[in-house]
Design a protein around this ligand. Structure first.
Ligand code: MOS
Length: 723
């Protein structure tokens, strides 16, 4: 186990985040947000703003900074501000004031007089259901209604009607804000025709490409830097409004510009998790064999229809074997803040519905919910028929049940004084993905090495993982390997998203390291070199000759007068994708205590047992999973954006948007079963970033049912749901 290399810098405040950069001559931008949820800006009177002290520029849709919509292969199109007068939600960026100080910019921004032509907003998912539209095909190109029927079965309705046991229920999940510790911000500097942007994001090369497209500048003129990121998890996958505005204003003014959203602005001017309504119907034989599954899902989407929360596709499509399945995904366009990826997009809310429904079916059957899950565990996703590369979910449940004391669970829970105590469980799954990535591996004459890629460590521990895989591939101690990330000038590492970074970058290291070792051996045996003409090999950081002589790689480099040698390795998903299905798996366990009189819910114990292939570094892997599980508690019991009929967010700050504090979280037990998945990638690691949140909300709701007999089908679960 290796401690995270960035931890000392972070806990001592020495880590420099994007907006910690303060180049000389820097000025400050403040973003102006709309105060209506739907309509058009007809005029913006900025006379008083211009006259305010320190103001350098005011940008509006009427006097705008030119920005073009960028597209990237992972995030798709990214909205850019101030390019038209449409208002699609309340809290939408509509102006940008730049002044000598932050305070001057903020004060001046308050003097903008905006006139609107208002239209009635549509903000409630329930009200929007009638106008729901079929979602466009998902990212893998598959349609959003998928039908699998056994031969001779006419419809899923027939299959359900023929099922001896049926449960049907509708579940809802609240929209959520990312609430990352580091608000979206950027510092932009133009110098001799080159733009450098310091800004937290999930992939600096993608950030540089987006900014270059938005500004219509050549890619070579844009340099994106993000050494540290204070929380991302999908919320910093796309380039942010402050980054676009700071970059464009810096070019316009010829001064470095810093722009940072306030905490309140983060709530609407970035990306949120969609609200969902999900209707589930499960049909089973009396022995628990699933024979029919229907999962219809609706998710809120902004009027731009930019993002779909793929709940039914991410869960019901793959998790259980069933001969008859229909899943659908519809979007409900609303005048709400943008929706985007958030930790386990699709699986997090989708698993609440599916895993609650499975628990309801277990109750109906009088069957242990773990036994029911075991019986229907899929060998291959229904309709896809490619078997899982490596699945040890049953073992996760076995270990978890033993460790958690599942056999002590009784129907109706138990009573401890004034507390009703219940246990719940749920499956967790998250697809194992990876993206194309390139990594440069360098050997230095001082016997150190460097592993460098443009990707991001958004707090996941990727830095340490790179040094470990680098050390393993070079056969030297990890302390000798310096990892570098977060700079678009480095080889393209893609995005730290989709729980992919270890598999993507790690695989590229395993290509680059043998190449640089080959080059070292060639150098070592070249004419005039220490091993001229000899047969040489490499081990333990040394070049070895058959006659027993050996030198460290640094000694060889010094002898041939080289300060360093480097190789860039690239890796991408390949034909393995047509041979197997890939996923991480987990079993979530939870104990809740519900107060008999106040109906307060406390989570008192949690355990997650995960099958995520090879674990490279246990400490940060455990932290990732723990963080996900805590986010799951938050989703189940705390978080939810309350959007009023006029589109105002009623709880857009940390005083009113509930997130758990330490006192809400018990000891979180995280266990692994480790089966390296080398069918997926040479490292054998699958993702651990997102699966931690999956299933947690269902495990909690199932535990609440066990404790109280009340089935709550909406999250967050509130006291009034249990009265
Ligand atoms: Mo993640 S939600 O793919 O950053």
């Amino acid at each position: 186990m290796t401690a995270r290399l960035d931890s000392p810098l972070k806990v001592t405040g020495r880590a420099r985040y994007g907006s910690d950069h303060n180049p000389p001559g820097m000025v400050f931008g403040y973003v102006v947000l709309s105060t209506v949820a739907h309509g058009e800006v007809t005029a913006m009177d900025v006379t008083a703003v211009r006259d305010a002290p320190g103001v350098l520029a005011v940008y509006t849709p009427f006097e705008s900074l030119e920005l073009h919509t960028p597209h990237n292969p992972i995030m798709g199109a990214t909205w850019v501000p101030l390019q038209d007068t449409d208002v699609a939600y309340r809290g939408q960026p509509i102006g940008f004031v730049v002044a000598e100080t932050f305070e001057q910019a903020r004060d001046a921004a308050s003097l903008v007089e905006v006139s609107y032509r208002e239209r009635t907003p549509l903000t409630s998912l329930e009200d929007g259901l009638a106008a729901a539209e079929d979602a466009p095909p998902s990212m893998d190109g598959s349609p959003h209604t998928v039908t699998v029927l056994a031969s001779g079965v006419e419809s899923i309705e027939d299959a359900l009607a023929a099922s001896p046991v049926v449960v049907e229920a509708t579940y809802t999940t609240a929209p959520q804000n990312h609430a990352a510790m580091e608000p979206h911000s950027a510092v932009a500097v133009w110098e001799s025709g080159t733009l450098t942007v310091y800004s937290g994001n999930q992939g600096s090369d993608l950030q540089a490409a987006s900014l270059a497209q938005a500004l219509a500048e050549p890619l070579s003129a844009v340099h994106a830097v993000n050494p540290f990121v204070g929380g991302a998890f999908g919320g910093k996958g796309a380039t942010s409004v402050p980054a676009f505005l700071a970059a464009a204003a810096a070019r316009d003014l010829g001064r470095p510009v810093k722009a940072a959203l306030t905490r309140e602005q983060v709530f609407t001017a970035t990306g949120t998790r969609a609200a969902t309504v999900q209707r589930l119907a499960l049909g089973a034989e009396k022995d628990g064999t699933l024979v029919a599954l229907r999962h219809d899902s609706w998710s809120s989407t902004p009027m731009s229809r930019a993002f779909i929360e793929q709940t039914s596709h991410s869960t019901s499509r793959e998790w259980y074997t069933t001969p008859n399945m229909v899943i659908s995904q519809k979007m409900v366009p609303l005048n709400i803040p943008p929706t985007t990826f958030m930790r386990a997009p699709g699986e997090a809310p989708g698993s609440f519905a599916l895993e609650s429904a499975i628990d309801e079916l277990a109750v109906e059957l009088g069957m242990d919910p773990i036994e029911l899950r075991r019986r229907n565990s899929s060998l291959a996703p229904p309709g896809k028929d490619l078997q899982w590369s490596s699945k040890h979910l049953d073992e996760c449940f076995g270990i978890g049940a033993e460790r958690f004391g599942w056999s002590q669970r009784s129907e109706g829970g138990r009573v401890d004084g004034d507390w009703l105590v219940g246990l719940g469980t749920a499956t967790a799954m998250f697809p194992a993905l990876r993206f194309p990535a390139s990594v440069r591996v360098t050997l230095n004459a001082d016997d150190t090495a460097e592993v460098a890629t443009s990707g991001a460590d958004p707090g996941t521990g990727l830095l340490s993982v790179l040094s470990l895989i680098g050390a393993d591939s070079l056969d030297i101690a990890p302390e000798r390997v310096t990892p570098r990330l977060g700079d678009s000038a480095l080889p393209s590492g893609g995005m730290s998203g989709g729980s992919t970074a270890t598999a993507s970058a790690g695989s590229a290291i395993m290509v680059a390291a043998p190449e640089v070792i080959d080059e070292l051996l060639t150098l070592a045996a070249a004419p005039g070199a220490p091993f001229e003409g000899a047969e040489v090999s490499y081990a333990d950081g040394r070049v070895l000759a058959t006659d027993g002589r050996s030198l460290t790689f640094g000694e060889v480099l010094r002898a041939v007068d080289r300060s360093s040698i480097a190789a860039v390795g690239s890796s991408a998903p390949g034909e393995e994708m047509s041979k197997h299905s890939f996923s991480s798996f987990g079993a979530q366990f939870c104990e809740v205590r519900v107060h008999r009189w106040t109906r307060e819910v406390r989570v008192s114990r949690m355990l997650g047992v995960f099958d995520a292939g090879r674990i490279i570094n246990e400490q940060p892997a455990r932290s990732q999973l723990m963080g996900g599980m805590i986010w799951g508690v938050s989703a189940a019991l705390h978080e939810g954006m309350e959007i009023e009929a006029d589109g105002r967010l009623a709880n857009g700050d940390f005083a009113s948007y509930l997130i758990p504090v330490n006192a809400d979280i018990p000891d979180v037990d995280v266990q692994f079963v480790q089966y390296p998945d080398t069918l997926h990638n040479p490292v054998g690691a699958r993702g651990v970033g997102e699966i931690g949140i999956v299933g947690v909300a269902a495990a909690i709701a199932n535990a609440v049912f066990n404790a109280t007999g009340t089935r709550v089908r909406n999250i967050p679960i509130a006291i009034e749901d249990l009265l």
